[in-house]
Design a protein around this ligand. Structure first.
Ligand code: UD1
Ligand code: CA
Length: 452
């Protein structure tokens, strides 16, 4: 049997007070609805139908890389009406999993459990015990069996005492879903076509309705405003932090690390406060990340330290390196084993070979530095002539004196030495000393000007 998914995301999200459609607001840097798409894709969904209403252009461009059926709901006449827009795409013998687009923390395991329940029943319904069920659909049971869902606004006082609520997530066959949603009516408090009314219809037909429970309320919590968005963000972040700790990283404060992507960590890693990691970040064993670092799509090997206030993006750092404090590794920065990049050093599309050092105030752009090189303080590679980028190559064992400008394209041979303050625009052969700076003038008779 194949799995079809319907994600309801046509609501306006008025309470977000935003020009961005609600389901595009990010949790951990990723749109809420993308979390759901990723989760159901991992679950094995063959087909994803996304019911949308407002902000079509924004949605389609933000979600362009996904394979989804776009189902337009021109007017938001209720969750049942929303599902009606998607049912033409589903096959009768599909299992159809319906989810809401604004509850992004739903877990794959929970959905798996729900599908297992569906395998033994006609309908599987995901419910949760709510501390405060106000506003939610209540699960009505007779002798333990689910017979209906009643929306808060339509519920009697006795029904409002029920704490078990509808999460909005359910599974049934395509044939049943089609039949039931086509019979929905809107004679209720909100004059909407309620998806939940299919439960009552199913009960009347004598269908088997079984439930599964969500792990926690937050897992199924919907976002209506930015206060809830922030709460889910924190819940998500704490979960990520706990995962890293269980993989072997010590976090100075699990509440002060933010993970917006896929981070994997080795053992005995230490991550100090206010570290943000985005995209795919890999940390080897014994890595130390100092406070206030931003790591994006990078690979940090064993025993390397990224010191305070450094930014590392699309870079690869080998074992036993030190980076920072206040370093910036831009895309294409590669550090060999034991290399050192110190404060206020920027690297872009550049390699610093094994054991080489650029410890203070340096820019290396489009540069290949060999092994055992010392790049003196304030060295700048002049890689840009205003139009084109050119390359600088520095051989093994070279020594670049402080405050040198290397005007690319230029080649510094192995073991060459550059005198401090040089502007080097021509190649330097190996083992040579190159000094290219103004000569020092001494005037013993010179007097400082005096105030007139
Ligand atoms: C819905 C459920 C309620 C459940 C709650 C859980 C119904 C009638 N009620 O109520 O039982 O406890 O979710 O959060 O199903 N949407 C559309 N088109 C529409 C209306 C809604 O796409 O015409 C989408 C919204 O964008 C949202 C989702 O459906 O993602 C839920 O809609 P919402 O209005 O928030 O339903 P609730 O009143 O919260
Ligand atoms: Ca809702």
């Amino acid at each position: 049997m194949s799995l079809s998914v319907v994600i309801l995301a046509a609501g306006k999200g008025t309470r977000m007070k935003s020009a961005l459609p609600k389901v595009l607001h990010p949790i951990a840097g990723k749109p809420m609805v993308q979390h759901i798409i990723d989760t159901v894709t991992a679950l094995g969904a063959q087909q994803i139908n996304l019911v949308y209403g407002h902000g079509a252009e924004q949605l389609q461009s933000a979600l362009a890389h996904n394979k989804v059926n776009w189902c337009h709901q021109a007017e938001q006449l209720g969750t049942g009406h929303a599902v009606q827009q998607a049912v033409p795409h589903v096959n009768d013998n599909d299992d159809v999993l319906v989810l809401v687009g604004d509850a992004p923390l739903i877990k794959q395991q929970t959905l798996r459990k729900l599908l297992d329940v569906k395998a033994q029943a006609d309908i599987a319904l995901l419910t949760v015990e709510a501390q405060d069920p106000t506003g939610m659909g209540r699960i009505i049971r007779e002798n333990g069996n689910v017979t209906a869902i009643v929306e808060h606004k339509d519920a009697t006082d006795a029904q409002r005492d029920i704490k078990e609520i509808n999460t909005g997530i359910m599974v049934m066959s395509g044939a049943d879903l089609k039949r039931w949603v086509s019979q929905l009516e809107n004679n209720n408090a909100q004059q909407e076509y309620y998806l939940v009314d299919v439960i009552g219809m199913a009960a009347k037909e004598g269908k088997q309705i079984q439930t599964a429970k969500a792990q926690s309320e937050v897992e199924v919590e919907g976002v209506n405003n930015r206060v809830q968005l922030a709460r889910l963000e924190r819940a998500y972040q704490l979960e990520q932090a706990q995962r890293l700790m269980l993989e072997g990283a010590t976090l100075a404060d699990p509440a002060r690390v933010d993970i917006r992507g896929n981070v994997s960590t080795g053992q005995d890693v230490f991550i100090d406060v206010n570290v943000i990691m985005e995209g795919k970040v890999t940390l080897g064993n014994n890595v130390v990340i100092g406070p206030n670092c931003l790591l994006i799509d990078c690979d940090i090997a064993d025993n390397t330290r990224i010191e305070a206030n450094s930014v590392v993006q699309e870079a690869k750092v080998a074992e036993n390196c030190t980076v920072g404090p206040y370093a910036r590794l831009r895309p294409g920065a590669v550090l060999g084993k034991g290399a050192k990049v110190g404060n206020f050093v920027e690297m872009k599309k550049s390699t610093l070979g094994e054991g080489s050092k650029a410890n203070h105030f340096t820019y290396l752009g489009d540069t290949i530095v060999g092994k055992g090189v010392n790049i003196g303080a304030g060295t700048i590679t002049c890689n840009y002539d205003g139009v084109n980028k050119s390359q600088t190559i520095i051989g093994d064992g070279a020594f670049i004196g402080s405050n040198s400008s290397l005007v690319a394209p230029v080649n510094i041979g192995n073991n060459a030495t550059i005198g401090a303050g040089s502007t080097i625009a021509k190649d330097v052969p190996e083992e040579n000393l190159a000094v290219a700076r103004g000569k020092q003038i001494l005037k013993s008779s010179w007097k400082r000007p005096t105030k007139k």
